[in-house]
Design a protein around this ligand. Structure first.
Ligand code: C5P
Length: 303
């Protein structure tokens, strides 16, 4: 059996430009992989199938729409492989949370099936297949921190120093990414092509969390807040608890708060958990994470 662990991501900068003919918007975004992982186990089988357990498992389809199944089919078609696979996803990254959970499943399935079937594709070749599965899947193959342009799929690694400490507030009710982009479109009739967030890229190189905090940005945040006004309360609570800055990740609803260091992160997480347990904070759970996290990690097991 092959097991692959792939981290979820947050978008620490997200600039949105015009939509192309295919409906996809041009982006300039910085992804950071964080220490919250999806696991995909792959075992030989006659056909391609999947089962899902863990966080929000009941929300994930197990038919041909499942990104891990689509990934396995894509790899089989691209390499002319007739083999099947039994995939088992263990979810920890929220579904429809703006953290690339489904994309991580797709990336993990590509890496796992490539190893199981012995198709021997390079990470670059897997990255090209990943782009066919979704805009965020190539980053999930890569991990660490990267600048994404185009649909977010054209990636360059970004230099960072040290470890950043994040506190995430998750929500049980996911948000539809297309719906958030439609809401953004309705209020941005003539967007311009986005340029790279240079101040944020410079802050990442210094490893200075305070400086990074001043440069976090997300063009989609306004649209997410219009659709889910209570997220404003989560942002305010994170700031009130001592975060350097807080933003909605991707299209939301996950909120990412940056802490100055590990001790601060622990304090912020404790305070937000308390507010959550008293029903004063909308959300489902609070996680203390670090970034950047490395990309896919393969574990081979003999069963
Ligand atoms: O590629 P993926 O399936 O993850 O994208 C989900 C949806 O998000 C797309 O169907 C599109 O509506 C929106 N999107 C976009 N522009 C991007 C990336 C995603 O409009 N660059």
């Amino acid at each position: 059996m092959i097991s692959v662990r792939v981290p979820g991501k947050i978008n620490i900068a997200l600039r949105v430009g015009p939509a192309a003919g295919d409906g996809y918007h041009s982006l300039a975004t910085v992804f950071q992989a964080v220490s919250l992982h999806e696991r995909v186990d792959a075992e030989p089988a006659n056909e391609i199938g999947v089962s899902v357990r863990g966080l929000h498992a009941e929300l994930v389809p197990t038919d041909g729409r499942n990104l891990a199944v689509r990934a396995a089919r894509l790899l089989a078609d691209a390499t002319g492989t007739a083999a099947g696979v039994r995939l088992r996803i263990t979810k920890r990254v929220p579904t429809a949370g703006g953290m690339g959970g489904g994309s991580a499943d797709g990336a993990a399935a590509l890496v796992a099936c490539d190893r199981l079937w012995g198709t021997g594709l390079s990470r670059e070749e897997l990255g090209e297949l990943a782009a066919e599965l979704g805009a965020d899947v190539p980053f999930a193959i890569m991990g660490h921190t990267a600048l994404g342009v185009g649909r977010g799929h054209l990636l360059s690694p970004v230099m960072t120093r040290g470890t950043f400490h994040w506190v995430l507030v998750l929500s049980d009710a996911g948000m539809s990414t297309p719906e958030v982009f439609r809401e953004w479109d309705a209020h941005n009739p003539s967007p311009r092509e986005p340029g790279p967030p240079t101040d944020l890229l410079e802050a990442l190189v210094t490893g200075d969390a305070r400086r990074l905090g001043r440069t976090l940005e997300n063009d989609l945040e306004e649209a997410s807040l219009r659709l889910r006004p209570e997220l404003d309360q989560v942002l305010a609570a994170a700031r009130g608890a001592g975060a350097l800055a807080a933003i909605v990740s991707g299209s939301g609803p996950t909120v990412a708060a940056l802490a100055a260091d590990e001790q601060d992160a622990r304090g912020i997480a404790a305070r937000l958990r308390e507010e959550l347990s008293q029903g004063r904070l909308p959300g489902s759970r609070v996680l203390q994470l670090t970034g950047p996290a490395p990309g896919p990690r393969v574990l081979e097991r003999i069963t």
